[in-house]
Design a protein around this ligand. Structure first.
Ligand code: NBP
Length: 472
């Protein structure tokens, strides 16, 4: 039998679909899974396809053409190291290992050095799009040496989604840059999802039925809010539970799960002193949602207004559209700001125009307005914040009245809108020539002699006041 062009280890949902995608582009693919019955079942389920199922890692490695191109698609963390360790004795120098899972970028940096020192080539590639994306075309964010990317480019470009005729894959940067950008993608995804949920909660308080909500989101999908997440939300509202006949959304328990990427994004933002308040609010909203028992108990203890919104439904749809769109711009602005900061910190020289361009297809955050984000960074690669690009500046100005009204309305009705509020708080703080940090500096100087700068003296010159003694 001829040697395979590509090998994949880890035949869970992502691995299986990626293999079928690669095979469908004309490549022969070898596959291996720790639990070998999974390999057998997978190969047997796809007769006539150019698949080689291996029972041992040795057979798997031997079945691959040189230089070997091996993608690992296993659970992030220890399993990735375990697979790499068992592969190392079987490989030749120059072989390429690609980690396609959601690995923490610092793990990718460590593996990049580890494998590089041993003479192997390593790519840490973020893959987005879930099961369907993996099968039909994901967005791929590969990081590693440019020379290794060039070897992988034909396969990656053939399996990636296409947007405006361009493949949704590009060489992101060295080392852990690919997994880093995937992590921020996921942070933005958290923000997007939470904002949609807050819009839903307002509509729910205004008495919208699931059918009406399905229509609102379908209409939004047909307009400027077009995105994958808006599309699936419309479908969710239309779906009925086969057991009860009720809308499925009404029988799903309101406690959200999360894996690691949202939390990692927040930790990285704190380390880089970048504000990602919308994404923070989204992660915290999931945490609060998971405290179901405490919330149910507190709901009869802590008082608040009746969560009811009245008024014209069509007018409310327009207002919430504007609040959602404005908040969404902020969520992307914050995520991209963090990428900019990290790119500087690490000397990665990341191209935000290219990153926005590959997010236009295949991935979970794909959205029509990513075309406008791409244009904004292509026009001005040094853009200091997305909000300041003329297109987005105008939109934020156009939407801000309704944005403020929706947050006020929700707040007065006691409906939590943490991500909408965090987004507006960011907008208002960012555009504030004055913030009350003068008082904060006075407090710091009072209790800790931390000193302060003065408005009437050059920056950098520090002053201290002899404050009164308040003890005793
Ligand atoms: P999982 O993350 O559920 O991992 C399951 C796979 O890992 C199985 O093939 C399992 O083999 C293998 N595995 C484990 Br667990 N420990 C192993 C070990 N010590 N040695 C060898 N293999 C081991 O699979 P997934 O949901 O397909 O995701 C794969 C990667 O892609 C993850 O990093 C995930 O975060 C990322 N990702 C997932 C999605 C998604 O929508 N699911 C989207 C984007 C990215 P076994 O069969 O023997 O247990």
């Amino acid at each position: 039998m001829s040697k395979s062009d590509f090998g994949l280890i880890g035949l869970a949902v992502m691995g299986q679909n990626l293999v079928l995608n690669v095979e469908s582009r004309g490549f022969q693919v070898s596959v291996y899974n720790r639990t070998t019955s999974v390999t057998d079942e997978f190969v047997a389920a796809h007769p006539g396809k150019k698949l080689v199922g291996a029972q041992s890692l040795e057979d798997f490695v031997q079945s691959l053409a040189s230089p070997r191109k091996i993608m690992i698609m296993v659970k992030a963390g220890g399993p990735v190291d375990a697979v790499i360790e068992s592969l190392i004795p079987l490989l030749d120098k120059g072989d390429i290992i690609i980690d396609g899972g959601n690995s923490l970028y610092t793990d990718t940096e460590r593996r990049d050095k580890w494998l590089g020192d041993l003479g192997f080539r390593f790519i840490g590639a973020g893959v987005s799009g879930g099961e369907e994306g993996a099968r039909k075309g994901p967005a791929i964010m590969p990081g590693g040496p440019a020379s290794t990317w060039e070897v992988m480019q034909p396969i990656f470009e053939s399996i990636a989604a296409k947007a405006e005729g361009e493949p949704c894959v590009t060489h992101i940067g060295p080392g852990g840059a690919g997994h880093y950008v995937k992590m921020i993608h996921n942070g933005i995804e958290y923000g997007d999802m939470q904002l949609i949920c807050e819009a839903y909660n307002i509509f729910k308080a205004a008495g919208f039925t699931a059918d009406e909500l399905g229509q609102v989101f379908s209409d939004w999908y047909a307009g400027d809010l077009e995105s994958y997440l808006i599309q699936i939300t419309a479908e969710i509202f239309k779906q009925k539970d086969p057991e009860t006949g009720k809308p499925i959304v009404d029988v799903i328990l309101d406690t959200a799960g999360q894996k690691g990427t949202g939390k990692w994004t927040i930790m990285n933002a704190v380390e880089n002193a970048v504000v990602i308040s919308t994404i923070n609010a989204a992660v915290e909203a999931r945490i609060l949602s998971s405290m179901k028992d405490k919330r149910v108990a507190a709901s009869t203890e802590l008082q608040g207004p009746k969560s009811e919104i009245t008024g014209d439904k069509a007018a409310l749809v327009k207002k919430v559209h504007d609040a959602l769109f404005a908040s969404k711009i902020i969520s992307y602005a914050q995520g991209l700001d963090l990428i900019t900061a990290m790119s500087k910190e690490k000397g990665w020289n990341l191209d935000l125009g290219k990153i926005a361009a590959i997010w236009r297809g295949g991935c979970i955050i794909r959205a029509r307005f990513l075309n406008d984000i791409t244009d904004a960074y292509r026009t001005d690669p040094g853009l200091s914040n997305l909000m300041l690009a003329p297109f987005f500046k105008n939109l934020l100005n156009e939407f801000q009245q309704n944005w403020r009204e929706v947050i006020s309305m929700a707040t007065l009705a006691g409906i939590p809108v943490p991500a909408f509020s965090a987004s507006l708080g960011y907008y208002d703080s960012y555009r504030a020539a004055f913030l009350p940090a003068n008082l904060l500096q006075a407090q710091r100087d009072f209790f800790g002699a931390h000193t302060y700068e003065r408005t009437d003296k050059p920056r950098g010159e520090m002053f201290h006041t002899n404050w009164p003694d308040v003890i005793g």
